[in-house]
Design a protein around this ligand. Sequence first.
Ligand SMILES: *C/C=C(C)/C=C/C=C(C)/C=C/C1=C(C)CCCC1(C)C
Length: 262
Amino acid sequence: MTLPELTAGQFDLVYNLLSLAIAAMLASFAFFVMARQQLTPKYRPAMIMSSLVVGIAAYHYWRIFNSWEAAYELTAAGSYVASGEPFNDAYRYVDWLLTVPLLVAELVAVLALPKGRRGSLMGRLIIASALMVGLGYPGEVSADVATRVIWAVASTIPFTYILYVLWTELSKAAADNNEEVKGLLRNTKLLLLATWGFYPIAYAMPLLGVGGATAIVALQVGYSIADITAKCGYGVMIYHIARAKMAAEADAELIDTAVAAK
Ligand SMILES: *C/C=C(C)/C=C/C=C(C)/C=C/C1=C(C)CCCC1(C)C
């Protein structure tokens, strides 16, 4: 893709958001590492995966940020033009290829399903995640509208499958839990739909008749905001689910002990 000329405001908006994303990922990494110690062993794998997700993303955002800076140069007139160095969009897709399966696994881990079910569920979801990201990439790097649409449609098939499976699993899991956990699981479903649904919308920007400069800015801003919410916000949500389930399990244990003592 050729890089369009940007106003200083447009260039800075992307620059500052990429920088914010690095800060958010690093802060979340510190939080998830410390939060793990507050959880019982059963829930720790979910927090370890949350830390891996934001750690991997912090590294990739740092690379994207440097690539953005190198791809543009300031003109005497105060606008930004392509420097001749390409802007590397592949970092994002490599990041998703690693972090999307981990995000899915994180949720399956916190639900603490029986071992057999968990294994087959994770296998199917990880394959679907890889397909979704892999099929989206050829369209992302193409400036041709038809190519962009075809790969988007192909990528939407595994995308719909993942959301459908996670949605039904979250609904099923809610049934065996108390009101607090139910509320958290419901909010997680909505968070998933809202954040994951944002990616195809950002992807579609260049198709919606939005012109060169606006399209690239909207795409970068959209993906960065979606990533911060889908990785940091979602990890915090998973932490709250684990805490609420631990509290419910501790209550159940107290009742068991009281009954046994009678
Ligand atoms: C942390 C990164 C996450 C959660 C990335 C999620 C990415 C998607 C849900 C991407 C979906 C896409 C489509 C459904 C169609 C168009 C191509 C994609 C890859 C943008």
